[in-house]
Design a protein around this ligand. Structure first.
Ligand SMILES: *Cc1c(COP(=O)(O)O)cnc(C)c1O
Length: 397
C-alpha cells in the first residue's frame, strides 16, 4: 500500500488491506506463495528468522507457519475484526478447536453458550471432558452466564446470534462478567462476517469466524480465522504451532479475493433477507420469524445497539398445524438448495430442530424451524418459490 492517508473507512480497508507493497510492478492481490521448504542465504539468516518466529513474529520460515499469502490474509482479517493478530485455520471448526484447546487445561472450567455451533459439543464431550476440563452450557444471556461461572472458568465461548435459532446475546455484558472473573471471552462472529459486529471492540478477547461462509463466499472453500487482542495471542500461537495447524495458501488467496467484495455481497444478502423475512412475517401460515433485525424479535434492541447490519441467514416456523410438514416444505422449494453450510451466493433451506441439543434452558419454540440462507438471486423469484411451497403444504394440512 502506498504511503499517504493514515485512516481508512471500512469499505476502503476491505479493498486495501493485505495487498502487496508498492515500488516494483506487482499484481493487485498478493500472489499465491506455496511452500514447504523456505530457502535462506546462510545458516545464520535461517537461525535469525527462526528466533524471530518463536517470539510470535509473522515471518516466512516454513510452510506450516504460513507463507506471505497466509500472512496477507491474516493482516486483512485483523483489520476487518479490529484486532491485533489473526491466525488462519483449515476450517471454522478447526479455528474453534484451536481456541478451546489453547485456553482450557485440565482443572479448568469453560462456559459454552447453549446456541453454540453444534459440533463444538462433540469436541467438549469426547475430548475436553475426558481430559479433565469441566464444561457448562449457559442460556444465551448475562444471567445465564452468571449462573454457571466459577472462579476457575478460563474461557467463555459465545456466538451471536446463534446460527440455528438466532438469539442475540449481550456481548459487552458478557465481556464485563468475563473480565471481573479473570476469564477470556471468545465470540463466534461468523453470522456477522466480522463486518456487522466487532466483538474485540466490545470487550471480547477472541473473535472466531468460519471464513468458509461469507468471506470465501462461494461455497467452495473451507477456512477458519481467529483474531485476538492482548495476551490471548500467546497460548493460541503455541497451540497452533504445536498441532501443526495450517491452511492452504491457495485457499487463503481465495479468501483475500472474497474480502474485496464482502461489503457489497453482504449488503445484498442483508436487503434480500429482510425482504423475504418481512414477507414471511405477515403470513398467517407462519408462526414466527427468527431474525434479529425485525423490530418485534426478542434480541432486537441489543442487535440494534451492537451490530451495524444483518446477514442473509435467519429462520422461521410454520404455523402449529403445518409444522409437521416442514421437511415437505423444504422439499417443495425449487430455488433453495438443501445442504449444510451457508454464506455462498446461493439460497439454501434446511429444517432445524433446536430442542434436542439444548442443555441449559429448554427450547420454548416449535419442534422444527426452517433455516433459510438468502442468496444473491432475484428476491421476487425466491418469494414466488416460497409461495408455491406454502400452497403445496397447505394442500396437505
Ligand atoms: C459453519 C460454521 C462453523 C464451522 O465452519 P466450517 O468451516 O464449516 O468448519 C462454525 N461456526 C459457525 C457459526 C458456523 O456457521
Amino acid at each position: 500500500m502506498r504511503q499517504g492517508l493514515k485512516t481508512m473507512r471500512e469499505k476502503t480497508l476491505l479493498v486495501q488491506s493485505g495487498r502487496p507493497a508498492g515500488g516494483i510492478p506487482h499484481s493487485v492481490n498478493p500472489p499465491v506463495v506455496r511452500a514447504s521448504t523456505v530457502l535462506f542465504p546462510t545458516v545464520e539468516a535461517m537461525q535469525e528468522t527462526r528466533r524471530r518466529r518463536e517470539t510470535g513474529e509473522q515471518v516466512f520460515s516454513y510452510g506450516v507457519r504460513g507463507t506471505p499469502t497466509t500472512h496477507a490474509l491474516e493482516d486483512a482479517v485483523t483489520a476487518l475484526e479490529q484486532g491485533e493478530r489473526t491466525l488462519i485455520y483449515p476450517s471454522g471448526l478447526a479455528a474453534l478447536s484451536a481456541v478451546l484447546l489453547s485456553h482450557a487445561r485440565p482443572g479448568d472450567h469453560i462456559a459454552v453458550i447453549d446456541t453454540v455451533y453444534p459440533p463444538v459439543r462433540q469436541l467438549c464431550s469426547s475430548y475436553l471432558v475426558p481430559r479433565g476440563v469441566e464444561v457448562s452450557y449457559f442460556a444465551p444471556s448475562p444471567e445465564g452466564l452468571k449462573a454457571v461461572l466459577r472462579p476457575q472458568t478460563s474461557l467463555i465461548l459465545a456466538e451471536t446470534p446463534g446460527s440455528g435459532s438466532f438469539e442475540v446475546v449481550d456481548i459487552p455484558a458478557l465481556a464485563a462478567i468475563a473480565q471481573k472473573n479473570g476469564s477470556r471471552l471468545a465470540v463466534d462472529n461468523t453470522w456477522a462476517a466480522g463486518f456487522f459486529l466487532k466483538p474485540l471492540t466490545q470487550g471480547a478477547d477472541i473473535s472466531i469466524q468460519a471464513a468458509t461462509k461469507y468471506i470465501c463466499g462461494h461455497s467452495d472453500t473451507m477456512l477458519g480465522t481467529v483474531t485476538v487482542r492482548g495476551d490471548a495471542f500467546t497460548p493460541l500461537f503455541e497451540t497452533t504451532t504445536m498441532l501443526g495447524l495450517c491452511a492452504s495458501p491457495t485457499d487463503c488467496y481465495d479468501a483475500l479475493k472474497g474480502l474485496r467484495t464482502l461489503e457489497v455481497r453482504l449488503r445484498r444478502h442483508e436487503q434480500s433477507a429482510l425482504q423475504v423475512a418481512g414477507w414471511l412475517a405477515q403470513r398467517a401460515d407462519v408462526s414466527e420469524v427468527y431474525h434479529p433485525a425485525l423490530e418485534d424479535s426478542p434480541g432486537h434492541s441489543i442487535w440494534r445497539r451492537d451490530f451495524t447490519g444483518s446477514s442473509g441467514l435467519f429462520a422461521f416456523a410454520l404455523s402449529p398445524q403445518l409444522v409437521e410438514h416442514s421437511a415437505a416444505f423444504v422439499n417443495a422449494l425449487a430455488h433453495f438448495g438443501i445442504g449444510a453450510s451457508w454464506g455462498g451466493f446461493e439460497s439454501l433451506a434446511l429444517p432445524v430442530k433446536p430442542g434436542p441439543i439444548r442443555a441449559a434452558a429448554p427450547w420454548a419454540g416449535p419442534d422444527t424451524i426452517i433455516r433459510l440462507h438468502i442468496g444473491l438471486e432475484d428476491t421476487q423469484d425466491l418469494i414466488e418459490d416460497l409461495d408455491q411451497a406454502f400452497s403445496r403444504i397447505g394442500a396437505l394440512a
